[in-house]
Ligand binder design. Structure first.
Ligand code: PGA
Length: 231
């Protein structure tokens, strides 16, 4: 099934973050026990900071929500600055005052934990410059499961922006396409001119494993992008 995505274009990254924070806040008000798949990466950070501000001000309460890890590098200690678990905790779990988390450690453990939760209510996602979701690298089919894999050269290159002098780990584990596409709502956040081509491919091009994000059109998808990414 192909649905029309709700497309919300904001003039700049600040307003993108406000709109995304509004969307996520509304969801947790309707369902305080919201199960949220949480992307790291640069794009959602201003949104998480705004949610943290709102949580601090008592405008929204995430204390009964559960944060679910989207992806992780392999062979990284918890105290390594490159730990995506650490990044999720520092940017989302701690500032928003969540008390419940699901860590992505192995496909079996993750599947059991998600089944116990009753599935995901909301997947908050960034868009890889190569069209990946989490570390579902192209090509990824819609039924690609939670798995370990080798990162593509494109992702090694884009992830270099996060870690300065530190090397980007070459192996990763990702929540599967099957997990992401089964979320009851998906929220895709996209900013910057460097995402323009891939955003158009994801929303207007053919559904293809070469652009894993193109399969999001099968979901209840909301896209919040800035003008730079859409114009
Ligand atoms: P970014 O990463 O938000 O840092 O652009 C997105 C991604 O690679 O999934």
């Amino acid at each position: 099934m192909v649905r029309d995505a709700a497309l919300n274009i904001q003039p700049n990254p600040e307003q993108l973050a406000q709109a995304a924070a509004d969307f996520i806040s509304a969801q947790v008000r309707v369902k305080p026990e919201l199960n949220i798949l949480v992307a790291t990466g640069h794009t959602p950070m201003a949104t998480y900071a705004e949610l943290a501000r709102r949580a601090e001000a008592g405008e929204v309460d995430f204390s009964r929500a559960t944060a679910v890890q989207l992806d992780e590098y392999l062979g990284i200690d918890d105290d390594d600055p490159r730990s995506l678990w650490g990044w999720m905790r520092r940017s989302f779990v701690e500032p928003l005052r969540l008390t419940r988390t699901v860590r992505l450690e192995s496909p079996a453990q993750f599947g059991t934990a998600l089944a116990r939760l009753g599935g995901l209510d909301l997947a908050v996602l960034g868009l890889g410059p190569n069209g990946h979701l989490g570390f579902n690298e192209p090509p990824s089919l819609p039924d690609a499961p939670t798995r370990t894999l080798a990162l593509t050269p494109a992702s090694l290159e884009s992830n270099r922006a996060y870690w300065g002098e530190l090397a980007v780990p070459e192996g990763a584990i990702t929540a599967g396409m099957d997990v992401i596409l089964a979320a009851r709502q998906t929220l895709l956040l996209v900013g910057g001119t460097h995402k323009r081509a891939v955003l158009h491919a994801a929303l207007k091009g053919p559904e293809t494993p070469e652009v894993p994000a193109s399969f999001l059109r099968r979901t209840a998808l909301t896209v919040i992008a800035d003008e730079a990414a859409w114009a």
